[in-house]
Design a protein around this ligand. Structure first.
Ligand code: ACO
Length: 329
């Protein structure tokens, strides 16, 4: 069996929030944000534009790129930590918006590593059951709704957007789609990056709102240190398992866009050139589960990644969950 990437798509909301805009909101400055994070601007969804709208827009583009009708899709997995609601799933809302007559839809929660987790899950679903000829794997976030806009240490980092890949079971024996992966979790680090409010631990109340528990809480430096080691070790594991040499065989590496210094440190340790790394953090900031999906779509649409090329995806995020995946486009 072979699962190919039939099409890719992404969606970035129109409104741009620049570092200069943030200077007017919190005690920060463009120089600090650019040198410490690599971010110059990020896009923020309109008030009435929700996560499933962005996910649906990215899916539409992936379907168009593949020439496939929404009615043919067998499953949709939306990775997000900013769902439309706790339930129904954001994926069910995508189902409604695209009028997918036969798709089985669900959300997946793995924060910034959500898209890789969805790709792993979607591929496994197709391997397990041939009735899934087309599966959409999506990363979509409206992080602007869970940012504390008074906390300068986090509000400068995040943006909104969505990306999608349409997987197709071509069943022709070709070596395509997800070829090798190394996915991991260490729940012992679950406290360093979390949204404390709104779940069963701290159900929503006036107190949780007053204490700003419905916003991202992050120990930045701890996360930074773990991120580099985690992504490099997952990439090396995939390299060994697949019998490839990253610096020679990989056309592009698509890392999670959390901080330019993390991306550069990972690239250095993998011995790859700047040209091999997809980097759009300066324009979009950290879009969590959408980040690798958006980067992958950009690699395809800019021609950096051609049919037959190998790409290495790498991500980490709250959980901690981290991983790397070798993909042939
Ligand atoms: N503007 C100006 N100064 C700031 C800002 C800001 N926006 N934010 C923090 N500072 C100050 C701090 O107060 C501190 O000042 P002090 O020295 O007087 O105490 C100083 O800058 C240094 O702060 P640090 O937190 O040590 O800065 P650092 O270099 O570690 O950068 C950052 C912080 C950008 C958050 C970095 O640690 C990072 O990128 N961490 C990883 C984030 C990440 O990858 N998250 C995972 C994904 S998110 C998810 O899964 C949902």
């Amino acid at each position: 069996m072979s699962i190919k990437i039939a099409g890719t798509g992404s969606y970035i909301p129109e409104r741009v929030l620049t570092n200069a805009d943030l200077e007017k909101m919190v005690d920060t400055n463009n120089e600090w944000i650019v040198t410490r994070t690599g971010i110059s601007e990020r896009h923020i969804a309109a008030e009435n534009e929700v996560t499933s709208d962005m996910a649906a827009a990215a899916c539409r583009k992936a379907l168009e790129a593949a020439g496939v009708d929404a009615s043919e899709v067998g499953a949709v997995i939306v990775a997000t930590c900013t769902p439309d609601y706790t339930f129904p799933s954001t994926a069910a809302n995508v189902h409604r918006k695209l009028q997918m007559s036969k798709a089985f839809c669900f959300d997946l929660s793995a924060a910034c590593c959500g898209f890789l987790s969805a790709l792993e899950t979607g591929t496994s679903l197709m391997v397990a059951n041939k009735k899934y000829r087309y599966v959409l794997v999506v990363g979509a976030e409206k992080l602007s709704t869970i940012v504390n806009w008074e906390d300068r240490s986090t509000c400068v980092l995040f943006g909104d957007g969505a990306g999608a890949i349409l997987l197709e079971n071509v069943d022709d024996g070709s070596d395509s789609g997800l070829i090798a992966s190394d996915m991991n979790t260490d729940g012992n680090w679950s406290d360093i990056l979390k949204l404390p409010g709104g779940g069963s631990v701290n159900p929503a109340s006036h107190e949780t709102v007053d204490a700003k528990l419905h916003a991202i809480h992050m120990q930045g430096q701890e996360t930074f240190k773990l991120a580099v080691n985690a992504m490099v070790s997952a990439c090396r594991k995939v390299e060994a398992d697949a019998g490839i040499t990253i610096s020679e065989d990989i056309k592009v590496v698509v890392p999670h866009q959390a901080n330019i210094r993390i991306i550069q440190a990972v690239a250095k340790r993998l011995g790859i050139t700047e040209d091999q790394v997809i980097c759009n953090i300066n324009r979009y900031g950290n879009t969590s589960a959408a980040s690798v999906a958006i980067g992958f779509d950009e690699a395809v649409r800019t021609g950096k990644l051609q049919r037959g090329d190998l790409a290495l995806l790498a991500s980490f995020g709250s959980g901690l969950v981290w991983g790397a995946q070798l993909v042939r486009y």
